[in-house]
Design a protein around this ligand. Structure first.
Ligand SMILES: *Cc1c(COP(=O)(O)O)cnc(C)c1O
Length: 377
């Protein structure tokens, strides 16, 4: 019986060609030809005002924290049920993280609990579009306007996902907050092994973002011929990827529609076959304001013992299922510093959520097998 892995990175076929072209061009450090092509692609397709490729989504989040001048004592509100980078990027600048519980119908943060967490010290809200499913951005942007806060979308999982708010306009995730961070890690829908991008929607950040990404220098301006020397202007780091990475990524972005069509069809197949089990597991929920980019197919079991049993049963039958996010407010690092409320929904997802195999080369027969194995658990 063939083993079904949890993930298998998909190659479109052009990656090595484009890497070869990047190498041949003689400019293989950052901001070469393929980086520009990627920036143009994302700016044009999704209307992000300015895009900057980074070496990871973590880098893009760190850039966001620097751009917002996050300083010791500032408070940043985010879900506890997320990847560590969402928090570490701000902790590096000295922020106190104020964790918000997840929704009962979805692992994304509960928008209705944010306002009670805002204080004089709050600087930013960082919504995470879990599984590429939008947070209710109207509610979040309204709070940001009311209390004069910044919004950084953690859109790591949210490429090709949309939000429709009260104005009825369908907007790409990453185009709504002041800043947004995307990931192109090999586990994401389109990827370059490691990789990320900062999308900047507030023009006040354009110039400084380029400086921060280039070690605190105005080298980007110099390369465009806008200044005749470049020098040290600000704090920063080396956040830009080599053009080889961008070349790989470009082969993926060119195929985003094909990749999405395939993933969505597999996701829909899972949903259809699992519908009869809706009393056994909670199935993924997509609010009416959100779209589904098929980043992930997850289920929520009854309790920790139930989940452990299911994952073991799947494994014994050749299906690799994984769980994730150990809530950050109970982590060895942040737990002792956390003095906020209990977060019962976060705890529930931490104990009960698990993910099924989801990748481009998964076949319809594989999906049938995964579902049959689940039924026999
Ligand atoms: C993957 C992921 C990240 C980190 O992305 P990297 O590119 O690996 O730095 C951050 N936040 C969320 C929600 C993620 O899923």
């Amino acid at each position: 019986m063939a083993h079904i892995p949890f993930n298998k990175p998909y190659l479109t076929g052009k990656e090595v060609d484009y890497i070869y072209q990047a190498v041949q061009s003689g400019k293989i450090s950052g901001d070469g030809m393929f980086t520009k092509k990627c920036h143009e692609f994302f700016e044009k397709k999704y209307g992000f005002k300015k895009c900057l490729l980074t070496s990871s989504c973590t880098d893009a989040l760190e850039m966001a924290a620097i751009l917002l001048n996050i300083a010791p004592g500032d408070e940043v509100i985010m879900p506890s049920y997320t990847f560590v980078s969402t928090a570490t990027a701000f902790v590096l600048r000295g922020a106190n993280i104020i964790f918000c519980d997840s929704r009962s119908d979805h692992p994304g943060m509960d928008e209705d609990q944010i306002e009670q967490l805002i204080t004089e010290k709050t600087k930013a809200i960082v919504p995470v579009h879990y599984a590429g499913v939008a947070c209710d951005m109207d509610k979040i942007m309204d709070l940001a306007a009311k209390y004069n806060l910044f919004v950084v979308e953690d859109a790591a999982q949210a490429v090709e996902a949309y939000y429709t708010g009260r104005d009825g306009i369908k907007k790409p995730l990453g185009s709504i907050g002041h800043l947004a961070a995307f990931s192109f890690h090999e586990t994401k829908n389109i990827m370059s092994g490691e990789g990320g991008m900062l999308a900047i929607n507030d023009e006040r950040f354009f110039e400084r973002a380029e400086v921060i990404r280039e070690k605190g220098t105005n080298r980007s301006k110099f390369f465009r011929g806008e200044v005749d020397k470049y020098g040290w202007c600000d704090i920063g780091s080396s956040f830009l990827p080599a053009d080889i990475i961008a070349a790989f990524l470009y082969a993926q972005v060119e195929n985003v529609e094909d990749i999405q069509r395939k993933r969505i069809s597999l996701w829909n197949q899972y949903m259809e076959l699992l519908a009869p089990l809706k009393d056994r597991f909670s199935l993924p929920y997509i609010p009416s304001f959100a779209t589904n980019n098929a980043h992930m197919f997850y289920l929520v079991g009854n309790d920790l013992a139930d989940r452990t049993h299911i994952i073991d049963h799947l494994k014994k039958n050749g299906v690799n299922s994984v769980y994730h996010y150990l809530s950050l407010h109970k982590s060895p690092y942040y737990g002792p510093k956390y003095h906020g409320k209990e977060l019962p929904q976060t705890d529930r997802y931490t104990d009960c959520l698990f993910r099924l195999p989801m990748f481009y080369e998964l076949t319809e027969a594989d999906v049938v097998k995964v579902v049959e194995t689940l039924k026999s658990a």
